[in-house]
Write a protein of this length. Structure first.
Length: 73
């Protein structure tokens, strides 16, 4: 579960913030989401064939996922 989406609604009410603060909070959440994707893809790249089979992925699917940039979902 991405850490950014679970914390934001509980911590702040975005519409209660001034526009500049909303922009900065939104940017921070985007960067946190990207960081989460990078870490997940890095971990995926280290899995061996047996572990990939356990989670139902082929090596080709792993390679395709790992080649995506951080901003690609």
């Amino acid at each position: 579960m991405p850490r950014s989406s679970s914390l934001a609604p509980a911590l702040i009410a975005p519409m209660a913030l001034p526009p500049a603060s909303r922009l900065l909070v939104g940017l921070a959440l985007i960067l946190a989401r990207w960081d989460d994707r990078v870490r997940s893809r890095r971990a995926l790249s280290r899995l061996d064939t047996h572990m990939l089979r356990d989670i139902g992925l082929t090596d080709a699917a792993r390679q395709a996922e790992c080649r995506k940039p951080a901003w690609a979902a």
